[in-house]
Design a protein around this ligand. Structure first.
Ligand SMILES: Nc1ncnc2c1ncn2[C@@H]1O[C@H](COP(=O)(O)OP(=O)(O)OP(=O)(O)O)[C@@H](O)[C@H]1O
Length: 284
């Protein structure tokens, strides 16, 4: 079953266009949503949550159209925005008492379980929480109302490496029984190498690739060769950098002819992102 199904989403701002964004997330898996600053991650997430008006497209969550079933579906969705401060002067306890009234499946026992797990103290004011604690508080709220789809916008940004690792482990525990699905955006590619099952890559408002992690990485090769060899493959490269020994360039695996005598390696996610971002510099 699909937890999330996005089809041909379009949204235009004055200087930005989300173009025919489509991707699917299977129930019970973690999808990392990557892209450079300004690529359109937050705009896509806000569109999914119906927080902004989209120009066209369809968003289905657990098979139901989000625009038609928003209130019902929001009971099943938990979301967290890494950088947002909300009601900063209230205590955790006060804010929770307001929020829980919106959710028919709210469960106090689960809530206190997660407060303990995340070391959150109810009497603390939101302003006193660190970035990581705010993310954990949002997660505790989401899990206490039985959310089955977690949509998290840069939940790990601003976290130290230990806190990030803890949070990624929590994500993996949450999806273990196959009931919960997680979509989280990030530009920290090592987060995805650790815990994502699927990767969706957005670049300039367009989806470049959305697939299972190993398959995603396997779709590209990094080539190293001499300047003479560059001339042989230049037209097939996504982009390349030259240096004193020759060049390094990214190519789609399907466009690569292994019989050519050139060194090829499997790139990591960061290298894939870097070479895609160089693409514009080369062809404008
Ligand atoms: N309300 C708005 N009005 C006009 N332009 C907007 C608005 N919101 C976002 N944009 C533009 O849309 C583009 C995509 O922004 P978005 O926040 O979706 O990117 P992002 O991938 O989440 O980036 P980051 O990693 O920096 O958070 C940017 O160029 C941004 O300036």
């Amino acid at each position: 079953m699909l937890a999330l199904d996005i089809k041909n989403l379009n949204k235009t701002y004055e200087h930005f266009h989300l173009k025919d964004v489509s991707f699917q997330l299977e129930k019970g898996y973690i999808m990392g949503f990557i892209g450079a600053n300004g690529a359109g991650k937050t705009t896509t997430i806000k569109s999914i949550l119906n927080l902004i008006h989209i120009d066209s497209g369809e968003i289905r969550i657990f098979g139901k159209n989000m625009a038609e079933h928003e209130l019902e579906l929001k009971q099943e969705i938990g979301f967290a925005f890494g950088n947002i401060d909300f009601y900063t002067r209230s205590k955790i306890k006060t804010l929770t008492n307001v929020i829980k009234t919106f959710y028919r499946n709210w469960d106090d026992e689960t809530y206190y379980k997660y407060l303990r797990k995340f070391n959150l103290i109810e009497d603390k004011k939101i302003a006193e929480l660190s970035t990581g604690m705010k993310v954990k508080y949002s997660l505790a709220l989401a899990l206490s109302h039985g959310a089955k789809l977690l949509i998290l916008d840069e939940p790990t940004s601003g976290l130290d490496p230990v806190a990030r690792d803890n949070l990624l482990e929590t994500f993996q525990e949450l999806v273990m029984d196959g009931e919960i699905s997680i979509l989280f955006s990030t530009h920290i590619t090592s987060d995805l190498e650790k815990c994502a099952d699927f990767i969706t890559y957005i670049h300039n408002g367009q989806i470049i690739n959305s697939s299972e992690k190993e398959q995603f990485i396997d779709a590209y090769r990094l080539l190293n060769g001499t300047n003479e060899q560059l001339d042989m493959v230049k037209d097939q490269l996504i982009s390349y950098k030259t240096h004193s020994f020759g060049f390094t360039g990214l190519i789609h695996t399907k466009d690569w002819d292994p019989s050519l005598d050139m060194k090829s390696t499997v790139p990591n996610l960061e290298e894939i992102m870097i070479y895609f971002s160089k693409m514009e510099d080369m062809y404008v």
